[in-house]
Design a protein around this ligand. Structure first.
Ligand code: RIB
Ligand code: CA
Length: 311
């Protein structure tokens, strides 16, 4: 068997992050060496509980470190109206009482990559605050990370938190700028990919739910997201941005359309706060800094989700 892919996951653990974590923990050729939690969907301490609960449900012991409790400079709001007050669909799961490995995710992340330079891959499923703080402390981190798959931004419009911006990049645009300018090997899986290839309609959700107790967990925690998607994103189901980004992290050749592009982020206010700026035509003449994934093989993605639920 090929050598295992070894991942560090940075997450603002809510209902779609949790499914991405299940996919990684249950993937046959992957080892999750640690997780760092960041503010985003829910307050960071809630994200820690959700990550610990999800790992416990998968029967996997993995270090979970609490990280940034606020963006670098911006005022912001969580997305509990999207995922539920507890981030996990408010279905009454026992999401309290677990203990984080540490409250210093930034240094834990730095030390993990320092100890194995070029060996570990990073998957970022939330705002990039932890990553930016780590890069400010230790700029060499950009070289130590083998590849960094980011769920965030949007390769093509619209955004989901404003007409121009995706939530993770809207929360902390300064952090995104630091990461994009760091020289790190970044791969962007934007919200446009989720809407195009990761919408789970009700019949498919029922299929996944029926697979196993883990399948039921993955679907049931989307209860609030399902309502939000119907009312706000006008989707006949819910979309899974973090799971499809994790699919690209776990099996990079699942991407069916991609390009190496110069990507920047707007540091403006209002609608353009956190807007993704993709130089599709190369007319900035600036060096491309990101593998932009535009489409993914949907059937293979659904197969990966189902395989994780029965692993
Ligand atoms: O815009 C979607 C992203 O924002 C996902 O990562 C979701 O979990 C939220 O963090
Ligand atoms: Ca997320």
């Amino acid at each position: 068997m090929a050598t295992k892919r070894r991942l560090w996951i940075d997450t603002d653990t809510a209902s779609d992050d949790a499914v991405a974590i299940v996919m990684a923990l249950k993937h046959p050729n992957t080892e999750v060496v640690g997780m760092s939690v960041v503010i985003g969907n829910v307050p960071v301490e809630m994200g820690v509980q959700n990550a610990l609960y999800t790992a416990e449900l998968c029967g996997v012991r993995v270090p979970v470190h609490a990280g940034a409790a606020a963006p670098l400079v911006r005022p912001f709001a969580t997305a509990q109206h999207v995922h539920g007050a507890d981030g996990m669909g408010s279905i009454g799961l026992p999401l309290t009482g677990r203990v984080a490995t540490s409250n210093d995710a930034v240094h834990a992340l730095i030390e993990a990559f320092r100890s194995e330079p070029g060996e570990l891959e990073l998957v970022a499923l939330g705002p990039l605050t932890n990553l930016a703080l780590a890069l400010r402390i230790e700029p060499r981190l950009a070289q130590w990370v083998k590849r960094c798959v980011v769920m965030g931004g949007t390769g093509v419009l619209p955004g989901n938190i404003t007409p121009l911006s995706e939530f993770n990049w809207w929360v902390d645009p300064e952090a995104v700028h630091i990461v994009l300018e760091s020289g790190m090997n970044v791969e962007m899986v934007g919200w446009d990919v989720s809407v195009a290839d990761a919408v789970i309609e009700d019949p498919l959700a029922a299929e996944i739910r029926a697979l196993s107790p883990l399948g039921a967990f993955c679907v049931d925690i989307q209860k609030v997201l399902r309502i939000f998607c119907e009312e706000s994103s006008k989707l006949k189901g819910f979309d899974w941005p973090d799971p499809i980004a994790m699919a690209v992290a776990l099996e990079p050749d699942i991407a069916s359309r991609e390009a190496h592009r110069r990507v920047e982020v707007s540091l403006g206010q209002g609608h353009e706060r956190g807007q993704t700026i993709v130089d599709h035509l190369g007319n900035t003449k600036r060096t491309p800094n990101c593998r932009v994934v535009y489409r993914v093989d949907r059937e293979r993605f659904i197969g990966m989700v189902k395989a994780a639920c029965i692993a």
